[in-house]
Design a protein around this ligand. Structure first.
Ligand code: ATP
Ligand code: MG
Length: 463
């Protein structure tokens, strides 16, 4: 859609207009706020519509109910209800300010106010503190539009106070900078570094949500390099990686610097479309290196066992952050295998698929491609001599594609014999024993010890 810079790029969706007009017709001043306004001014993909209104939640509920709009009491303590109009949820919140924050995270109370400007003033960043009304236009008391044009994240009001009230804003600033590709304005940046230690007071699942946004932006490398203190506060296990000299002829960077290069590399190799698991694995693949460090007589550094310990650490970090279980197991598998040698042979590819399938049933194929991208990014983030391995990985990718296209066996369901066959031949009852026999057959097929043919495999079934 064509739009002049700084103008609202698309109209409000009809369902949200209906809600806004129902409230305004009843005499309640109502504005669109937050992400929708920000993203509409940027001309970016439309965002959910959030409304802010002078009406109390009881009035919102009554007024929308008479307009035939469904309303849910999703956060009435904070003045929020969610209207569902034509299947779309719209949050409607009464103008409010927050009381004192004695613990850097929860306002002790919220207070409802009459003036939308007061409500905008309690919001975190100028780009998030604009209000829009289709007839009244844009209300932008803190220069959010100019900051969008200048591509900066700037706190509303006194930055240090704002981060002191709610330390989660430290991570939100980094998330918005990552997502939008913006810089953080200088005073805001100094204040957020000073307040980063207060992230320790924030519930880990809230930290997890913001970190997920940072990782999903594809700009974790920027965050590691430019917001090191913040990331190391959010994930304390990253802190020992900063400045950790690898004392290795293969490495040109310290562990954190190398990690940033790998995060950037996975974006390059996937055209900016890396999966969540690949992004998290890039971030955490070497997290155990500081704990696994040893030096040989020549003073050279080694990190024996770091993929195994790293997989455990990645899992415990991600569980603490309450990230989805499937994402955790996929990341864990990638971290575990990131140093595993994969060759361009059928056997090597099948063995890798088998390991991934065991770790994440039904996800081996996409994970195998993720693993190769991780290994490629890892190789090019070392010294130039090692980068040659990235070219070999192209052959491995080709072999992986061939292997998948030819339908090669790496899952139990790819075997031409079943649990029923095992029970018939051996006479054993259903139970784990059946699976063990099938797993052994699969392992023999994957390792080229047996052909994947029914009559051969039937002949091999024994207790
Ligand atoms: P997105 O949902 O796309 O990440 P958003 O701007 O909608 O972006 P939300 O976290 O959904 O962000 O919050 C909605 C609005 O509420 C923000 O735009 C901001 O104005 C305000 N807000 C949210 N969290 C805070 C906070 N911790 N401190 C101050 N204001 C906040
Ligand atoms: Mg939102």
């Amino acid at each position: 859609m064509i739009h002049a810079e700084g103008e609202i790029a698309y109209g409000l969706p009809g369902y949200s207009l209906r809600v806004l007009e129902a409230l305004e017709d009843a005499g309640h001043e109502t504005w669109v706020v937050g992400g929708w306004v920000r993203d509409a001014l940027r001309g970016a993909a439309p965002h959910d519509v959030d409304l802010t209104t002078s009406a109390r939640w009881q009035e919102v509920e009554g007024c929308l109910a008479s307009a035939g709009v469904e309303v849910h009491r999703t956060g009435i303590a904070h003045g929020t209800v969610t209207a569902v109009c034509e299947g779309h949820p719209i949050e409607v919140t009464t103008y409010r300010v927050e009381g004192d924050y004695s613990d850097h995270r929860h306002p002790d109370e919220v207070r409802f106010v009459r003036d939308v400007r007061e409500d905008l003033a309690r919001r975190d960043f100028t780009i998030n503190a604009m209000a829009y009304h289709p007839a009244r236009g844009l209300l932008d008391p803190f220069g959010g539009r100019a900051d969008l044009a200048g591509r900066v994240v700037r706190a509303v009001g006194e930055p240090s106070e704002r981060f002191g009230e709610d330390a989660l804003r430290v991570l939100r600033a980094v998330r918005f900078a990552c997502r939008l590709g913006f810089e953080v304005e200088g005073r805001t940046q100094r204040a957020l570094v000073a307040h980063a230690p207060e992230l320790a007071d924030i519930a880990s699942e809230r930290i997890g949500l913001e970190l997920a946004g940072i990782v999903r932006s594809g700009r974790a490398a920027w965050a590691l390099e430019h917001q090191t203190e913040v990331l190391c506060q959010a994930i304390p296990e990253l802190a020992p990686m900063a400045g950790f000299d690898q004392r290795s002829p293969y490495h040109a960077f310290d562990v954190l610097g190398h990690t940033a290069h790998v995060c950037r590399g996975v974006e390059e190799f996937t055209g900016g479309n890396a999966s969540d698991a690949l992004r998290w694995a890039a971030l955490l693949h070497d997290v155990a290196k500081p704990s696994c460090y040893s030096e040989d007589e020549g003073g050279r550094g080694h990190f024996f066992g770091h993929p195994k310990l790293g997989a455990q650490m990645a899992e415990s970090i991600m569980r603490r952050l309450a990230l989805p279980g499937e994402l955790v197991s996929a990341t864990r598998a990638l971290v575990r295998l990131h140093d595993h040698a994969v060759r361009p042979t059928s056997r090597s590819i099948r063995r890798t698929l088998l390991k991934l399938e065991r770790a994440c049933p039904d996800h081996a194929k996409p994970l195998a491609f993720d693993l190769l991208d991780l290994k490629r990014a890892d190789a090019v983030a070392k010294v130039p001599g090692v980068a040659g391995y990235a070219a070999e990985l192209d052959q491995v990718s080709a072999a992986l594609r061939r292997e998948i296209a030819s339908g090669s066996a790496y899952r139990l369901k790819d075997l031409p014999v079943s649990g029923a066959d095992v029970m018939r031949v051996t006479g054993i009852q259903p139970g784990p024993g059946v699976g063990l026999i099938l797993a052994e057959l699969l392992s023999a097929v994957v390792n080229d010890e047996l052909p994947n043919r029914r009559e051969v495999l039937l002949g091999q079934i024994r207790l």
